[in-house]
Design a protein around this ligand. Structure first.
Ligand SMILES: NC(=O)c1ccc[n+]([C@@H]2O[C@H](COP(=O)([O-])OP(=O)(O)OC[C@H]3O[C@@H](n4cnc5c(N)ncnc54)[C@H](OP(=O)(O)O)[C@@H]3O)[C@@H](O)[C@H]2O)c1
Length: 273
């Protein structure tokens, strides 16, 4: 049961719906008040959309909290009386810790944070799973199964969530940014934009699939395509001189630091209520 019908919920629903592991009817969604949006999701994915006041909370195996972090407290207060003992609660909200969610729910409620990225839409999200204190092994297995309907699951400690966010949550944007430069360089050299974009995308996809489908790591594959004094060596030297490796590390760590900052701000706001 998705509580929240925004873009992240839709991304996960699209991935889930396209996988053959769940029936559409098993996927339910509600929101705060936007009835038009619920109908839209129902039409688009054949899932069951229900206005909040009509949800039969008892019958839901899993409740997925997919509202903005700022709306979480109100949603949890509303859910306090509705959740069932042992009912599994998943949260996708960035920056809100398991403990803060557990605080608003009955004692020992099983809570798990997950961090998908936007590639969930095509079933290719790298998604973190950070279990709370009260999760059983069976419940963790169920969360993994759910997450795998829209990509690959990585079980992490909650302390690693900020850096995971810097890597995988924000990661698609880094690669889009690289491809923007790739495309511009191709266009400047005379390719039409569409061709330049396809060359970049195919090259990146091919490299990613080589990594997934061979057992070799990136440095081995890189060395294999780099002949001494050849074209790739010249390209890599330029990348090194421009500090590309350091820039990637900086990007991940800066995003992780911002994630931590947001998390601390949210903690203060939640504690103040
Ligand atoms: N976008 C990403 O790449 C990404 C990645 C990982 C995690 N996330 C997390 O995903 C969450 C959702 O983000 P989003 O971009 O999908 O937000 P969004 O598009 O603004 O959607 C939020 C949804 O939550 C609903 N909602 C708010 N309060 C509610 C309540 N009390 N009860 C039921 N539904 C309620 C809203 O309903 P109404 O429209 O009816 O008000 C709306 O459907 C955020 O916490 C974000 O941190 C996002």
């Amino acid at each position: 049961m998705y509580v929240g019908a925004g873009s992240m919920a839709e991304g996960m629903i699209a991935g889930m719906q396209a996988s053959d592991r769940l029936q559409n009817e098993q996927i339910h969604v509600t929101n705060r008040s936007n009835a038009k949006r619920l109908l839209e999701l129902e039409d688009r994915y054949g899932i069951t959309a229900i206005p909040r006041e009509k949800v039969d909370w008892h019958s839901m195996d899993v409740i997925i909290l997919a509202m903005k972090p700022k709306d979480m407290t109100a949603a949890l207060i509303d859910l306090q009386e509705k959740v069932q003992k042992g009912q599994l609660i998943l949260s996708v909200a960035a920056g809100i810790q398991n403990e803060q969610i557990e605080h608003y729910l009955p004692d020992n409620q099983p809570v798990v944070r997950i961090m998908p990225n936007t590639s969930s839409t095509i079933g290719e999200s790298a998604t973190a799973i950070a279990p709370g204190k009260h999760i059983s092994a069976d419940q963790l297995a169920l969360v993994k199964e759910l997450v795998r309907t829209f990509g690959e699951a990585f079980v992490i400690d909650e302390e690693q969530m900020d850096v995971f966010t810097g890597m995988a949550g924000s990661g698609p944007a880094y690669f889009y940014k690289l491809l923007e430069h790739f495309e511009e360089t191709g266009v400047a050299a005379g390719f039409d934009r569409e061709t330049a974009r396809k060359i970049g995308t195919r090259t990146m996809l091919g490299a990613a699939r080589m990594l997934l489908e061979t057992t070799e790591g990136p440095s081995v594959l890189r060395k294999k395509v780099t002949s001494p004094n050849g074209t790739t060596a010249a390209g890599l030297e330029a990348l090194n001189e421009a500090g590309a490796g350091e820039a990637m590390a900086e990007a991940i760590l800066s995003a992780a630091a911002r994630s931590n900052e947001i998390s601390e701000e949210l903690k203060k706001q939640l504690l103040a209520r």
